[in-house]
Ligand binder design. Structure first.
Ligand SMILES: Nc1ncnc2c1ncn2[C@@H]1O[C@H](COP(=O)(O)OP(=O)(O)O)[C@@H](O)[C@H]1O
Ligand SMILES: [Mg+2]
Length: 365
């Protein structure tokens, strides 16, 4: 058996159990909506942080969005988080489910192969044959469980599911009950208070299906954008890097100006414009905070294991190529333009930018 410390990733309610306990104590059972583990204010603090209580900030960049998301979940509508990949939609839905229901595991992963069984229920056929369609023979989906227990259910990548499967959700979301005709004409489970659905959908996914108008009406939509504030993004990357590096943290030096260089590059390319106003072509590749964290992490490993233990702009350039080339070969031209027109100028004044520029010449030919 694995114990908790041996798995690669714990879920949010395990990772932050201590914080959730503190918030629950602070709530003192006041102002909790029916079926919720925490008051809406505490849910907000869990996600946006509260220094006094020692609660860390987990989502950066758009506090009002978090408020609106919580309000959505208090009502009858579901919550749909849409946006570019890597903008923390999945993370936010996990944190909301952990805070509201104490359980972020009731998750359906949308794929082209998602069927009605995955959304509703299926049967244990041995038991079904032995004793007929009883509750014991029924295998409830995460959505079934969420309705029954009054918990938040997460539906990831909803637009990857075929339209007829998305439509199954329409009646579930409006009736807030699931019929089980095999168990009798009127057999059903009705959702308990605390149940709601958080969907996520990536705008950039290829081959996705449009969401039907009927389904759209059952959800409040929130668009999650990449972090626009440079300092927020730097802070977030440093924090996540610390977590990922773990014990290695003390053995590798990560100069802040190298992180700033990467964040500046990402933000300028995303926005299609430099801080000085030079126009750029935006790459098709996803350049999200999550990618930035991956790049710094890989560069830090490079610096530690293959370099002199000090992260430099050259290692960043080396890793960037994997992110940029992954999707689209036109992108490399766009970045090369950036290197030759923007980075080259900055290289005259800063050693990090110089390392970055020189390495791009070596690695990108
Ligand atoms: N605004 C943000 N606040 C906090 N973390 C963020 C933010 N944007 C991106 N991240 C980081 O990026 C990671 C990837 O996000 P994820 O939830 O998988 O994205 P998505 O589901 O939108 O594709 C998150 O786990 C988080 O570490
Ligand atoms: Mg996701």
């Amino acid at each position: 058996m694995l114990n908790d410390t041996q798995v690669i990733r714990l879920n949010a309610e395990q990772r932050y159990a201590h914080e959730l306990n503190k918030l629950q104590e602070a709530d003192n059972n006041q102002n909790k909506p029916q079926g919720w583990n925490l008051s809406p204010k505490s849910v907000r603090q869990f996600i946006l942080g509260n220094e006094e209580l020692g609660i860390s900030r987990k989502f950066y960049g758009d506090d009002p969005l978090v408020d609106r998301a919580i309000v959505s979940l208090l009502g009858k509508q579901g919550l749909m988080l849409v946006g570019e990949p890597g903008t923390a939609k999945s993370m936010l839905s996990e944190l909301l489910a952990a805070a509201i229901s104490g359980d972020s595991n009731l998750t359906i992963q949308g794929t082209a192969g998602t069927s009605e069984d995955h959304i509703c229920y299926s049967w244990n056929y041995a038991l079904l044959l032995a004793e007929g369609p009883t509750e014991k023979a029924l295998i409830g989906s995460p959505l079934y469980q969420g309705m029954k227990l009054g918990k938040i259910v997460r539906f990831e990548e909803i637009t990857r599911c075929p339209p007829e499967i998305q439509d199954v959700l329409v009646s579930l979301m409006s009736e807030k009950q699931m019929m089980i005709p095999e168990m009798g004409q009127n057999a059903k489970i009705s959702a308990k208070p605390g149940f709601n659905l958080i969907g996520t959908a990536n705008l950039r996914d290829r081959g996705v299906h449009e969401m039907s108008a009927a389904l759209k009406r059952r959800f409040n939509f929130e668009t999650v954008k990449p972090i626009a504030d440079k300092h927020f993004e730097i802070e977030l990357i440093q924090m996540q890097l610390d977590q990922e590096l773990g014990d290695l943290k003390s053995q590798v030096t990560i100069p802040i100006d190298v992180i700033e260089l990467l964040v500046t590059t990402f933000q300028e390319l995303r926005q299609g414009q430099t801080d000085e106003g030079t126009k750029l072509k935006t790459p098709d590749s996803v350049m999200s905070t999550a990618e930035a964290v991956n790049i710094v992490y890989a560069s830090a490993l490079d610096a530690h294991y293959l370099g002199n233990g000090i992260l430099n702009g050259g290692q960043i350039a080396k890793q960037l190529i994997g992110v940029v080339l992954k999707d689209n070969s036109d992108d490399i031209k766009r970045i090369q333009f950036y290197m030759d027109n923007v980075v080259r100028e900055r290289a005259k004044k800063s050693s990090s930018w110089r390392d970055f520029y020189q390495a791009s010449k070596v690695f990108w030919q």
